[in-house]
Design a protein around this ligand. Structure first.
Ligand code: SF4
Ligand code: SF4
Length: 188
């Protein structure tokens, strides 16, 4: 019969020798391979105690950013939602009222801001589309959950801690994100 490829191999059907029928050479060969791995570097790590470094381009959980005075950057322009290929972002805009200048940087803000993490593909286009440095993707994984509803992240889940009242939480949430006005203004 004509072979379709040149990768066909003839199978040897010759009877086993006495040594081969003992299987000892094959067992010792297998053991030698096993023992040779004892002296090799362990490829596994003890997660979560040990963590591998993230790739510089890793994109994780979204963070809604604040400025150096702790005001929300987002102006609810909707550009992130338009740019999102997965239609994962929804928001409702509201007008800033007199006296709320310390809460919201712009005259308009997102009264409601939601990201459906089950839809999100972590492409980062929302971050690129934002003209206000209001959203970025951090180095935090979206945690596993048992319910679909818990993957709808609202504003309280996404908003970064206030750098004035919780500087430690703010730095932790920022991770290794590019410096923004808030961190650029800080002394270190
Ligand atoms: S990372 Fe991509 S898919 Fe996820 S919300 Fe942003 S634009 Fe949409
Ligand atoms: S996160 Fe940025 S792009 Fe999205 S609504 Fe807010 S200001 Fe606009």
């Amino acid at each position: 019969m004509q072979a379709l490829t040149n990768r066909a191999k003839d199978v040897s059907r010759k009877p086993m020798s006495f040594m081969e029928s003992l299987y000892l050479p094959a067992i010792f060969k297998g053991m030698a391979i096993t023992f040779s791995h004892i002296f090799k570097k362990n490829p596994t790590i003890s997660y979560p105690e040990q963590k591998r470094p993230f790739s510089p381009v890793f994109r994780g959980l979204h963070v809604l950013n604040r400025d150096e005075e702790g005001r929300e950057n987002c102006t609810a322009c909707g550009l992130c939602a338009v740019a999102c290929p997965a239609e994962a972002i929804t928001m409702e805009a509201a007008e800033r009222l007199p006296g709320e200048e310390s809460l919201y940087r712009e005259e308009k803000y997102a009264a409601k801001y939601e990201i459906n993490m089950l839809r999100c593909i972590f492409c980062g286009l929302c971050e690129e589309a934002c003209p206000k440095d209001a959203i970025y993707l951090s180095e935090t994984f979206v945690p596993a959950s048992f319910t679909r509803k818990s993957f709808i992240y609202g504003k309280p889940d996404l908003l970064i801690p206030n750098p004035k009242t919780d500087p430690e939480g703010y730095e932790k949430a920022r991770g290794k994100a590019e410096p923004t006005t808030a961190s650029a203004a800080s002394p270190n």
